[in-house]
Design a protein around this ligand. Structure first.
Ligand code: 1GP
Length: 241
């Protein structure tokens, strides 16, 4: 069986950068998925993440099934809550919101997920999720009822990431929030990367190749982009292989 986490570790070792396209089931129509993937396949995308803060119409499973028909890229769940778990994907970022102090997203949702996960073969990737201020109140903040860490509180961000690593997380995700005005800045990425041994995922508000390269150059191992692809499919042209 493919071990997606091992592939991420291997890429990190080789300095090969990874790009995940984030698909929010609430924002994509099933009939548009196959044409969307024609563009994805011409781009440098290496992973597909599926998830959103909410999925009121329970579309996740149908969307993942359609994505699996359209691509061989690994499909990893990036769930806002337990309702977004489906065995149709390949793996799951088992997120714990370390920047917040809301037990629901630190441990409650995770406990509720266990009976579901035990019935699946999803590869589980324990991930410390750190919300950072992207100068826009995002859905993640509202739904989780937590405050992001200010980009100026760089020591707190580093210490939170390391607390995640020391407690056994296998990856850290620095998140400015979907549609953030300002992505996580290079100084933060670089400081966290210098201190961390595990892979570093960065996302939120990245809308140009320049911003993508800046995140990679600062030390992100895997960058996640959603909104830029939803709003401007020509963005794929900037990211051609
Ligand atoms: C959100 O990090 C991801 O969880 C992607 O953010 O939609 O702003 O690209 P964008």
């Amino acid at each position: 069986m493919v071990n997606f986490y091992q592939n991420i570790l291997q890429a990190k070792k080789e300095g090969k950068k990874l790009l995940a396209v984030l698909i929010d089931p609430e924002k994509i129509e099933l009939q548009n998925i196959s044409s969307f993937f024609e563009k994805v396949h011409q781009s440098m995308a290496t992973h597909i993440f599926v998830g959103g803060s909410t999925d009121v119409n329970n579309k996740t499973e149908a969307v993942v099934s359609e994505i699996k028909k359209a691509t061989k890229l690994p499909v990893i769940l990036f769930p806002g809550d337990v309702s977004q778990i489906t065995n149709k994907a390949d793996g799951i970022l088992f997120l714990s919101l370390l920047s917040g102090r809301n037990p629901e997203y630190l441990i409650e949702q995770q406990v509720k997920a266990v009976p579901l996960l035990q019935k699946t073969k999803l590869e589980i990737i324990p991930t410390g999720y750190i919300l950072i201020d992207g100068q826009k109140e995002t859905a993640t903040q509202k739904v989780s009822n937590t405050k992001p860490i200010s980009q100026s509180d760089i020591e707190l961000i580093k210490n939170t990431a390391l607390a995640g690593e020391f407690s056994g997380k296998k990856a850290i995700y620095l998140e400015a929030g979907s549609g953030a005005k300002v992505p996580v800045n290079a100084t933060i990425i670089s400081l966290v990367n210098d201190n961390l041994k595990i892979p570093l995922i960065v996302g939120g508000g990245i809308r140009s190749k320049k911003q993508l390269d800046a995140a990679f150059n600062a030390g992100a191992d895997l960058v996640v982009i959603g909104t830029a692809f939803e709003n401007d499919e020509s963005f794929f042209n900037q990211l051609k292989k």
